[in-house]
Ligand binder design. Structure first.
Ligand code: CAA
Length: 260
């Protein structure tokens, strides 16, 4: 599939997905979501890629939301379908076994904040702005915002943001735990690449299983979650990477992981 609204770049084991509609501040219309669905499936299946970085093209925006012009005249049925498509694509990103990092370079509003939240974690530039402005448009968030925001920052803070439509800056996003780090705009991609590179240097099966354990464990009670962890911990001992990682430690050398 050729993409009109995305740019995909690859650099060693790291893939970059740029949402690329800068004239509309990278707003997500149906075509963009369908392209993302294709791109996520293809990156998930690409054996050369271990980490995905999602960011926005241009100077101003990560993603300024779902496309308001596209949504303006939707019927209830079409609105439901559009929300379900966004949820499906963001669910694919969350469920990808490969880690996904959001490099939030500017406005991350509405569907943009929701896109950042379905990634494993978020690194922001000082220019980033976050918010769920939907109630100001007479709608609720529809791509997971009412569910992921409370899970990330707690119910009280999430509800304040959801009900007021307030837009917060990167420092406030850091304070409430929505992002992990804030860096200067010119350093954002380098810093995210540095983190991605560190992840790539580890045992990739172990990284993926750690993601599965964290994601699945957070959706269930603690006893079941511990069983999930025990099972996946046990599974690691069937891998060459476990043998290599522990042998390298004992032999006081760096491990050479093969991802098997
Ligand atoms: N949808 C469609 N177009 C958008 C857009 C969006 N979400 N956000 C920005 N644009 C367009 C503008 O219409 C404008 O287009 P034109 O040049 O053709 O007029 C262009 O991008 C530049 O935007 P502005 O001129 O508004 O730029 P600004 O710097 O003055 O303001 C902004 C930036 C504060 C982000 C402002 O654009 C804005 O408020 N955007 C909307 C943010 C929003 O409400 N997002 C939530 C959408 S609803 C949603 O996401 C639902 C969901 O959960 C699924």
């Amino acid at each position: 599939m050729t993409y009109e609204n995305l740019l995909i770049e690859k650099e060693s084991a790291i893939a970059f997905l740029y949402v690329n509609r800068p004239k509309a501040l990278n707003a997500l219309n149906k075509d963009t979501l369908l392209e993302m669905k294709d791109a996520i499936a293809s990156i998930s299946n690409d054996p050369e890629i271990d980490v995905l970085i999602i960011t926005g093209a241009g100077e101003k925006a990560f993603v300024a939301g779902a496309d308001i012009a596209y949504m303006q005249n939707l019927t209830a049925i079409e609105g439901r379908e559009f929300g379900a498509l966004g949820q499906e694509v963001f669910g694919m990103i969350e469920a990808m076994e490969k880690p996904v990092i959001a490099a939030v370079n500017g406005f991350a509003l509405g569907g943009g904040c929701e896109l950042a939240m379905c990634c494993d974690f978020r690194i922001a530039s000082t220019k980033a702005k976050f918010g769920q402005p939907e109630v100001g448009l007479g709608i609720t968030p529809g791509f997971g915002g009412t569910q992921r925001l409370p899970r990330l920052v707690g119910a009280g803070m999430a509800k304040q943001l959801l009900f007021t439509a307030d837009v917060i800056n990167a420092a406030e996003a850091l304070r409430i735990g929505l992002v992990n780090e804030v860096v200067n705009p010119e350093d954002l991609i380098a810093r995210v690449k540095e983190i991605a590179g560190k992840i790539c240097s580890k045992g990739k099966l172990a990284v993926r299983l750690a993601k599965v354990a964290a994601n699945e464990g957070m959706q269930t009670d603690i006893d079941r979650a511990m069983t999930i962890e025990a099972d996946l911990f046990g599974l690691c001992f069937s891998t060459e990477d476990q043998k290599e990682g522990m042998t390298a430690f004992i032999e006081k050398r760096s491990p050479l992981f093969v991802g098997k």
